[in-house]
Design a protein around this ligand. Structure first.
Ligand SMILES: Cc1cc2nc3c(=O)[nH]c(=O)nc-3n(C[C@H](O)[C@H](O)[C@H](O)COP(=O)(O)OP(=O)(O)OC[C@H]3O[C@@H](n4cnc5c(N)ncnc54)[C@H](O)[C@@H]3O)c2cc1C
Length: 290
């Protein structure tokens, strides 16, 4: 199928893009990597009257330290994040989650901002951003505002971005010393969206006990799901054996997964339990220097 008719703009600056968004409101859609939007247009599942192609706004493609945080421009390609030493040093889970997105050519075009704005509940990066407690900057012609990752995702393919706004930057807070992370998932085929994916960050104290934990899952609800009950049970524990089992059970029971042709809700809950255990165990092992 061919896409429906649309008016096309290719601004070169953020101000131009924001002025176009202000003029066209909810009739307009941003075109970033096009890896989700173009199929939606071709299948006639989206009918924007106006496309604002942001690929010429090169100032939105960057990865850089910002104070103690990591700043990622919305137009940064997923592959650039996957290969970045700065990302590896400051938020390795972003690179690890990106590697699960589709295939290499998709990640060469697909952007970090486009992936997050698309908000697929089975998408890996949103769960990683929730676990990292990242902040998202959303801009419009009127100014900008900052949202926490958990506030940003409202439902399947739905975010807190309002008509006239666009996502411009993602900021990841500095992680405490002796923190490591892991992202694990199961997908039906390599490159598919996750059936269930788990992002875990673990901080160990000097004696190997868990000082801080962050766990978030994808594929198990309408949005990424933060498993606070699993995090809490780990605090003060050596992350092995019974503590891991209990965290995994708690994470699985904080989910409300869908049933579909790919798997029942019960199957997904069992995957959530298994992969939560594996993600926490891997992150803890890495935090311990192994
Ligand atoms: C075969 C295939 C397999 C894939 N597998 C996976 C996978 O396993 N996991 C996964 O997570 N993704 C997967 N994807 C999707 C991929 O990650 C996309 O790159 C991503 O979802 C959208 O990013 P994009 O830059 O291509 O955005 P686009 O397709 O250009 O845009 C997607 C949506 O976000 C909006 N948007 C884009 N940028 C902004 C912005 N800065 N501000 C506001 N709104 C914006 C658009 O208007 C549109 O609604 C797959 C895609 C394909 C084709």
């Amino acid at each position: 199928m061919k896409p429906p008719r649309f008016e096309y703009f290719a601004p070169k600056t953020l101000d131009e893009a924001l002025a176009l968004l202000a003029a066209h409101g909810d009739r307009a859609k941003i075109l970033a990597g096009g890896q989700s939007l173009i199929p939606l247009l071709n299948f006639r599942l989206a009918h924007p009257e106006v496309l604002i192609d942001i690929n010429g706004i090169t100032s939105l493609a960057y990865i850089r330290p910002a104070d103690s945080r990591l700043a990622i421009g919305a137009l940064t390609r997923q592959h650039a994040a996957e290969r970045s030493d700065v990302v590896a040093a400051r938020a390795a889970i972003v690179g690890e989650a990106c590697r699960f997105i589709g295939h290499l050519p998709i990640r060469h075009r697909g952007t970090i901002g486009g992936n997050l704005a698309h908000a697929d509940p089975a998408s890996e990066l949103p769960a990683a951003m929730v676990a990292l407690e990242a902040e998202f900057t959303v801009a419009s012609a009127r100014g900008s505002r900052t949202l926490g990752a958990e506030q940003f995702f409202l439902g399947p393919l739905s975010t807190a971005i309002q008509p006239g706004e666009m996502l411009t930057e993602i900021r990841v807070p500095a992680l405490p010393a002796r923190t490591a992370s892991a992202f694990v998932e199961m997908a039906r085929r390599a490159g598919d969206y996750a059936l269930v994916g788990v992002a875990a960050l673990v901080t160990l104290d000097g004696s190997g006990r868990c000082q801080r934990a962050r766990v978030a899952l994808c594929g198990v609800g309408a949005t990424p799901v933060r498993a606070r009950a699993a995090e809490d049970v780990l605090i003060g524990q050596t992350p092995t054996g019974a503590a891991l089992d209990e965290a995994a059970v708690r994470a699985a029971s904080s989910t409300n997964p869908p049933s579909d042709v790919h798997g029942s809700a019960d199957f997904r809950r069992r995957l959530a339990r298994h992969f939560t255990r594996e993600a926490i165990e891997t992150a803890a092992r890495r935090a311990g220097g192994n």
